[in-house]
Design a protein around this ligand. Structure first.
Ligand code: SAH
Length: 346
């Protein structure tokens, strides 16, 4: 595979052009601006053909292409992307009153093994480069009619397939590049990173000076039970996660969020709510509940809507800030990894 052009920042492109390709610096800016508009190298009309031909000996022309596009009844769009090496990943575009959110993937597959998650079927294939993560945002922004000034995407969540903190270096590089003022410039305050709880990397992230929102997939307030559905819980305890969240809050001043997918007979009883309340009361956090999206051949199913509302009401009564997230794009396999899993027949 050739190199991925989106891995380079504007500064790095300029250095490459001036020092190695012996091209004018402004050509690097033209290239960069074209890339930010979601164009492939070939499509950038401001560059001379000879220069494009040289670039194409070094770089893949299309970092990512939209292979399939599905639109749900609620307007949510789901994209199946193809990478230059033929691997597939997916992404979701959700429209809200306050703006539009793009959900991006950070790995092809995942090795965390959470039993309810489709992304982990088939294991980890490979990490995405920072440019492959960025290109997901750029092509969807363009597809939805946006450019780098008038963005169609206002918010990003790193909640597609993969564990972002298991691909730490590339994820952090992506966060820097996607928020760069000269680029698509999406404010880090509008970006949320979700982790299954890789404690050392959570602490490292707190020191990066990026004010992104940290979200942790908790799904149970008790270690033993959490271990039944999330293998990573055998490595890091809930207490270690809470300590890392607290450190994140100290370093960034940002309140953290817990994801809690409601699973029938597993984590949605009064006892489960009480455990969470005891654990989280008084902490600068929010609990985001969602009914589990059952995956094919999986044993677990979501609670009813009524049970979900009751669970959230119990948390609120216990003094926690909690909401029930609408399930979006249900009819188009909206949950993590479902689309790719269906496509690949995993
Ligand atoms: N690896 C990261 C991010 C990807 S998953 C993490 O674990 O947080 C994004 C969120 O969707 C996580 O909270 C994950 O637990 C949840 N999730 C995965 N599969 C789901 C499903 N089938 N139904 C509901 N939520 C799911």
């Amino acid at each position: 595979m050739k190199k991925i052009i989106h891995d380079l920042s504007l500064q790095q492109l300029e250095d490459l052009f001036v020092q190695e390709l012996h091209e004018k610096k402004y050509r690097a800016l033209q290239l960069y601006q074209g890339l930010m508009l979601g164009k492939s190298i070939q499509e950038i009309s401001t560059l001379p053909k000879s220069l494009k031909d040289r670039l194409l000996t070094l770089f893949e022309d299309e970092t990512i292409v939209i292979l399939r596009e599905f639109t749900a009844k609620d307007g949510t769009k789901k994209f199946l992307f193809q990478l230059a090496d033929g691997n597939c990943i997916e992404g979701v575009f959700m429209q809200y009153k306050h703006g539009n959110t793009q959900c991006v993937s950070t790995q092809v597959g995942c090795r965390m093994g959470c039993v309810f998650c489709a992304s982990t079927k088939g294991g980890l294939i490979r990490n995405l480069t920072s440019g492959e993560i960025l290109a997901q945002v750029l092509v969807v922004n363009a597809r939805m009619g946006g450019n780098s000034k008038q963005r169609a995407i206002t918010n990003i969540v790193l909640m597609g397939s993969g564990e972002p903190l298991d691909n730490y270096h590339n994820t952090v590089n992506f966060l820097k590049n996607v928020s760069a003022p000269e680029g698509i410039c999406i404010s880090t305050r509008n970006i949320s990173l979700s982790t299954c709880g890789l404690v050392p990397e959570m602490r490292k992230l707190a020191n990066e000076g990026l004010s992104i929102n940290l979200t942790v997939s908790l799904h149970n307030g008790e270690d033993r039970q959490r271990q039944n559905i999330m293998p990573i819980a055998k490595v890091y305890s809930i207490q270690e996660i809470l300590d890392a969240c607290n450190y994140y809050f100290e370093q960034t001043g940002r309140r953290y969020i817990f994801e809690y997918s409601l699973i029938a007979g597993e984590n949605a009883s009064k006892k489960d709510a009480d455990k969470l309340i005891a654990l989280l009361k008084g902490k600068p956090c929010h609990v985001n509940c969602i009914r589990l999206n059952a995956i094919e051949n999986g044993k677990l199913i979501g609670t009813t809507e009524k049970e979900a509302y009751q669970f959230v009401a119990m948390l609120e009564k216990g003094g926690l800030s909690a909401t029930l997230r609408r399930k979006m794009g249900d009819d188009i396999a909206g949950a993590c990894g479902q689309l790719r899993a269906n496509y690949l027949n995993l």
